[in-house]
Design a protein around this ligand. Structure first.
Ligand code: CP
Ligand code: NVA
Length: 314
């Protein structure tokens, strides 16, 4: 089994990885997935321990990481932010130094990206970002692995993200830029991805040959889409913002409905990282249709994360 040798200690954002490293992770994930389906498991993480810190809710991330590490012969510890001493004010630096003496890897889901950076800087062991307000790298890798394993040429398909320019969008943009893909982001100008993320993606696109388009014009820029992706309009931690209703009103033209999907290319596939707010950013009739590959994406979280953990803990 060829385990990628990564130059990074941690996975804090997609920009920690090169194009070649991402493709190596895809190949390993595909092999692990195929072997699992044949009933073959590999003890690649035998006796390794993964600490999983969650300061926000999770279904997929928690279960896919825990199951993934267990399948590889290791063990996961679920640490709710409220139950460990972080919740009572222990610093992230002290947490990093102590956990480094017990476990082999830390996965964290939290609010500020800086928390993940501080955790990694103070840890002797790899740190994996399991979602922050800014990024969701494991999700973007699972998503493009889903496209890759369908046999599509990543350089020629048109991938469109529609809706809120959020953490998931940011990681998808970075990944598309590094992989040399054609990606369009469609949404109201008020909720575009942050300009520093877009500028950096444009710079990476200059190196890879990617084409990144940021637009508000559905009629002009949806045509020819092969994969249409959306995420919730109100992310975790934003529920009590006073502008929630205004945000939803501005995003409403960007909801994925059957008529909107018909403006895309023939056979366009629909993607969503889940959980979905059914009836808000996407209609049930689309999410439950044969065009939807959302459960493949969710499954692939586990396969790609197994590959990521093997590479970081090799
Ligand atoms: N997509 C995703 O990260 O799902 P969870 O919030 O359930 O982990
Ligand atoms: N943008 C969403 C993704 C959830 C997986 C959030 O941050 O809540």
């Amino acid at each position: 089994m060829k385990i990628p040798r990564l130059t990074t200690k941690d996975l804090l954002s997609i920009t920690d990885l090169s194009r070649d490293e991402i493709l190596q992770l895809f190949r390993l994930a595909a092999r692990l997935k195929a072997d699992l389906k044949m009933g073959r498991n590999h003890d690649l993480l035998k006796k390794k321990s993964l600490a999983m810190i969650f300061e926000k809710s999770s279904t997929r991330t928690r279960v896919s990481f825990e199951t993934g590490v267990t399948q590889l012969g290791g063990h996961a510890l679920f640490l709710s932010g409220n139950d460990i001493q972080i919740g009572r004010g222990e610093t992230i630096q002290d947490t990093a130094k102590v956990l480094s003496r017990y476990v082999d890897c830390i996965m964290i889901r939290t609010f500020a990206q800086q928390t993940v950076v501080d955790l990694a800087e103070n840890s002797r062991i790899p740190v994996i970002n399991g979602l922050t307000d800014l990024f969701h790298p494991c999700q973007a890798l699972a998503d493009f692995f889903t496209v890759y394993e369908r046999g599509d040429d990543l350089g020629s398909i048109k991938f469109t993200y529609i809706g809120d320019g959020n953490n998931v969008a940011n990681s998808l943009i970075q990944c598309a830029a590094i992989l040399g893909m054609r990606m369009t982001v469609l949404g109201p100008s008020e909720f575009k991805p942050p300009s520093d993320i877009v500028n950096e993606a444009m710079r990476l696109a200059g190196e890879s040959g990617a084409e990144i388009v940021i637009s508000s014009d559905i009629d002009k820029d949806l045509a020819g889409t092969d994969y249409l992706y959306t995420d919730v309009w109100i992310s975790m931690g934003q529920e009590n913002d006073p502008t929630v209703q205004q945000k939803k009103a501005l995003l409403s033209p960007y909801k994925i409905t059957m008529p909107l999907l018909q403006k895309c290319g023939n056979g366009c596939q629909v993607m969503h990282c889940l959980p979905a707010h059914r009836g808000e950013e996407i209609d049930d009739s689309v999410l439950d249709s044969e065009r939807s590959i959302v459960y493949e994406q969710a499954e692939n979280r586990m396969h790609i994360q197994k590959a990521i953990m093997c590479a970081l803990m090799r």
